[in-house]
Design a protein around this ligand. Structure first.
Ligand code: PLP
Length: 445
């Protein structure tokens, strides 16, 4: 890519520091500027059209250009563009959305707390857990166990929960209250000759040993994505979540399901917790909650979590936590309409119906010379490529560029190349996506 002086790409490089970007590379090469979206497609500023194989960032469930969401936003903007939820104030969209989410929850839940991003939601979870432990008179119960390769965001607390090196490097993370347990990637972490069942048993045993070594009374919670996303689309082996939950129950440790990617249908059921047989005490939701038409997120908690917190607010006199945008009326109205669309169009059913084709096409590439492993569930998947020489990520970046050239946007997480298309995708579009993906892979041989 050559950057023309004063072009939008040149101005982008001149004025913005971009997320997950090598700033020096960006200064030299510029960026891809997306102008418009329609359904599963987006168009760049030169008019080139792409299948958005990643739904933006795993999030635009209902696709681009959905008029119903535009209408929901504009109507709410006109009626009440902003109000807050501080100090016993409220507004109808936040009330209706909290009620809706409690009704949708796969296990009994008690209250919803609204935030604006997945990171803010997980940051809030850490604070809720600490607040609760203090409320219970257990000030030592503050540690949180997350997992190597888990992704929970990038604030000081949520970035600490994240178990990926580049989210910690030079940021002085993680904070000491966070511990990282083993990653349930059988293909990546199994020992020689270890069966899947043995691998699961070892992870559960190692978790038990970690808890005992730290002191069970010092651990507040375990947090995990039902299926790991940004860590490389890692679908845990059969029995993993049951084994983990058995350990947590033994020590009375809360379980937090980070549903930021899995939530609202991605794995073929409404929540990843249902797909994986998880019974969480806290659920974290964002992305497909509003289809990312507007930043929005939520933390849902059961009574075990809520009741001590409510008592503590009564003791102190207030709950000293809140974002100006918590439960923003436009975000809440858009999210409500988005959930209506997901239900009315049976998009969760669409994921379940198309998943066999999606996985068949993905798995067919596992035998390719350049491929190491294919992983997926529902409409989320990835192909891990063999590393090229010593340079981790080179193969993944080349594949991502080859897909882009051919009109498909994917996301390479190192050498793992992910696909997570909008849930409105149809059969022909799944085929079109994989035709491009396979041609891109062949072009690298
Ligand atoms: N949790 C999970 C599982 C995620 O995948 C992400 C983002 O990808 C986050 C949390 C953080 O969300 P955000 O980028 O909105 O802060």
């Amino acid at each position: 890519m050559t950057v023309q002086p004063n072009s939008i790409e040149a101005r982008d490089a001149a004025y913005q520091l971009h997320s997950y970007t090598n700033a020096r590379k960006m200064e030299a090469e510029g960026s891809l500027i997306i102008e418009q979206g329609d359904g599963v497609y987006v168009t760049d500023n030169t008019g080139k059209k792409y299948i958005e194989g990643m739904s933006g960032l795993w999030s635009v469930a209902v696709g681009f250009g959905e008029d119903r969401l535009v209408k929901a936003a504009t109507e709410q903007m006109a009626k009440l563009p902003y109000y807050h939820t501080f100090a016993q104030r409220g507004h109808t969209p936040a009330v209706e959305l909290s009620e809706k989410l409690i009704q949708m929850a796969p296990v009994p839940m008690s209250k919803v707390y609204f935030t604006n991003s997945g990171s803010e939601a997980n940051d809030t979870v850490v604070k809720l857990l600490w607040y609760r432990s203090n409320a219970l008179g257990k000030p030592e119960k503050k540690k949180i166990i997350s997992r190597i390769k888990g992704y929970h965001g990038i604030t000081v607390a949520s970035g600490s929960l994240t178990g990926l090196p580049y989210n910690h490097m030079s940021f002085d993370l993680p904070i000491p209250q966070v511990l990282h347990a083993g990653c349930p990637h059988y293909g990546g972490f199994a020992q020689d000759g270890e069966s899947e069942a043995d691998f699961v048993a070892r992870l559960a045993r190692e978790l038990d040993e970690m808890i005992q070594a730290e002191g069970p009374d010092t651990i507040a919670a375990f947090i995990g994505e039902p299926v790991m996303g940004a860590g490389g689309v890692i679908v845990p082996p059969e029995g993993y979540w049951k084994a983990i939950q058995d350990v947590l129950k033994k020590y009375d440790i809360l379980l937090v399901a980070d549903e930021v990617i899995c939530g609202f249908g991605r794995t073929g059921k409404m929540f990843g917790s249902e797909t994986m047989g998880i019974e969480p005490d806290i659920m974290v939701m964002s992305k497909q909650l509003s289809s990312s038409y507007i930043p929005f997120s939520a933390v849902m908690m059961n009574d075990r979590v809520y009741q001590p917190i409510a008592d503590e607010t009564n003791r102190i006199g207030t709950f000293g936590h809140g974002f100006t945008g918590s439960g923003h009326p436009v975000g809440a109205a858009v999210s409500l309409e988005n959930l209506k669309i997901i239900e009315e169009r049976d998009l969760v059913g669409n994921v379940a119906r198309l998943s066999p084709l999606f996985l068949e096409r993905l798995n067919a590439l596992a035998g390719h010379d350049l491929a190491k492993e294919a992983r997926g569930i529902g409409l989320i998947g990835a192909l891990e490529l063999k590393q090229q020489g010593d340079a981790a990520g080179t193969a993944g970046a080349a594949m991502s560029a080859a897909c882009l050239e051919r009109g498909l946007i994917v996301r390479n997480l190192g050498d793992t190349v992910a696909l997570c298309p909008p849930m409105i995708i149809n059969e022909d579009q799944v085929k079109e996506m994989f035709d491009i993906y396979a041609a891109a892979l062949d072009s690298l041989s």
